[in-house]
Design a protein around this ligand. Structure first.
Ligand SMILES: Cc1ncc(COP(=O)(O)O)c(C=O)c1O
Length: 441
């Protein structure tokens, strides 16, 4: 078999792509190169089939090669308008507004378009600052909000923040209810949530006394890249109540969790909360760059034109793709599929792994799961996580490795429309690989 496309792709990427690119994170020596996708599978030039549980980093909710996506793009292309800019009204942009707003709870009726999750986060911060006239932001440990400088400043991950920054002075980090944030681990989720809520209450009281209340509190209602961490019921409600009591805006970063990934349209739905601002991206448009911030008339309907803008925002093709994605999810109730059959597969295949000494924790909600690995002393085991990722690759299963607060979590992200039988087989293979890892003593 002629693998010239594969060789050329590897060679050109290795030689010319910025070394900050992450194309060789999956496998440094011999990464697979995919030339075709269909449903939950990707295919190499040789026709080898891989199960894609990486989903382009939580993006391809409906898998690959969906006919409805192709039809939407062909329809949009037929208009001849690939780009129209922000100064002209766009039919596709407007129709997406009409489709998206009914999926959001009242009073979130205003949408600001963006190109990436990180830009949506920047917009939400700017909107909160504009609305409140204050600058500070409260953010959470273990969070990830993006890599532009503003979003980085509120991301807790040291590895992402690196040597960049300068904006952190306005940011206060708060404890997030992740059971291993302290040693020994907190095994009572409700008590852990209360502890975190009390810390937020204290910080807000301190800020109020100092005349320095923040503009907003930003958090992922369920942490995604942080390792699929769902706080106890009532936590988000508690944060929302404290925010409202202090006139501080609650910003839900649903870039990863939104559009059905967690088995609800939005992760905030699990706790019956309506945030002031919501950032949505990844799953919205099947990979064409698009993100949005949703807010109320009072917040996103009152700031002047140009307070935030970028050339490509609300691109017509990406909007057409988003409309097709939303229609497809609704027509087949893929959100219910994530909450039901997919979560059941996780419970059946991954639940029993919890008893293994090499497994520190297994967590899942809807169509996402994390397997967190421990070394013999019970501490995060990054090497085991790497070994597991490579073992999965050898079995032709693509996974999101190096996730979680410590980089020791393997994250699984099937398309939310996956056939449960296909997922079950993939998970059974992964479970066998976890069992084969050297046990922690
Ligand atoms: C919760 C969350 N917010 C923001 C971002 C940044 O999105 P993007 O990579 O599109 O800039 C991510 C990316 O993984 C994310 O998981």
């Amino acid at each position: 078999m002629d693998r010239s496309l594969t060789r050329r792709t590897i060679e050109l990427t290795r030689r010319h792509e910025s070394s900050a690119g992450t194309g060789f994170l999956l496998s440094d020596d011999d990464p697979p190169v995919f030339v075709r996708g269909e449903g939950p599978f990707l295919f190499t030039e040789d026709g080898e089939r891989y199960l894609d549980l990486l989903a382009g980093s939580a993006v391809t909710h409906l898998g690959h090669g969906l006919p409805a996506h192709r039809a939407a793009i062909e329809r949009a292309l037929a208009s001849g308008i690939i780009h129209i800019g922000t100064r002209l009204l766009s039919v596709e942009r407007a129709l997406l507004l009409g489709d998206l707003v009914p999926l959001l709870p009242a009073p979130l009726t205003r949408i600001h378009f963006a190109n990436a999750g990180t830009e949506a986060v920047e917009i939400a911060i700017k909107a909160a600052q504009y609305h409140t006239g204050r600058l500070g932001i409260f953010a959470y440990e273990g969070s990830y909000h993006g890599r532009t400088l503003g979003a980085l400043a509120i991301s807790a991950r040291e590895q992402a923040r690196g040597r960049f920054g300068g904006l952190e002075a306005a940011v206060t980090f708060l404890p997030y209810p992740y059971r291993f944030r302290t040693e020994p681990s907190a095994d009572d989720p409700a008590a852990l949530a209360d502890f975190c809520l009390n810390r937020l209450a204290d910080e807000l009281a301190r800020a109020k006394a100092a005349g320095a209340l923040p503009a907003g509190i930003i958090l992922e209602p369920i942490q995604g890249g942080g390792g699929i961490i769902q706080p106890a019921a009532g936590f988000l409600r508690g944060v929302a109540a404290l925010a409202a009591a202090h006139g501080v805006l609650l910003i839900a970063d649903e870039v990863w969790s939104g559009i059905g990934r967690t088995g609800r349209w939005f992760a905030f739905d699990h706790d019956g909360v309506v945030p002031d601002l919501v950032c949505i991206a990844k799953g919205l448009s099947a990979g064409l760059p698009l993100a949005v911030v949703a807010g109320s008339e009072a917040i996103l309907g009152r700031w002047p034109p140009g307070m935030h803008s970028s050339t490509f925002q609300g691109n017509p093709l990406a909007c057409a793709m988003a409309r097709a994605t939303l229609a497809e999810i609704q027509a087949h109730d893929w959100v219910g599929h994530a909450a039901g059959p997919i979560a059941t597969c996780f419970a059946r295949q991954l639940g029993p792994l919890q008893a293994l000494p090499q497994v520190r924790d297994v967590r899942w909600v809807g169509a996402e799961a994390a397997i967190e690995l421990a070394d013999p002393s019970g501490q995060p085991d990054l090497a085991a996580c790497r070994a597991l990722r490579l073992a999965c690759l050898a079995q032709q299963i693509l996974v999101y490795g190096g996730g979680g607060w410590h980089g020791n979590s393997l994250i699984l992200l099937p398309p939310i429309n996956i056939d449960p039988a296909v997922l079950e087989r993939g998970l059974a293979t992964i479970a066998a690989l976890v069992r084969a890892l050297p046990a922690a003593a």
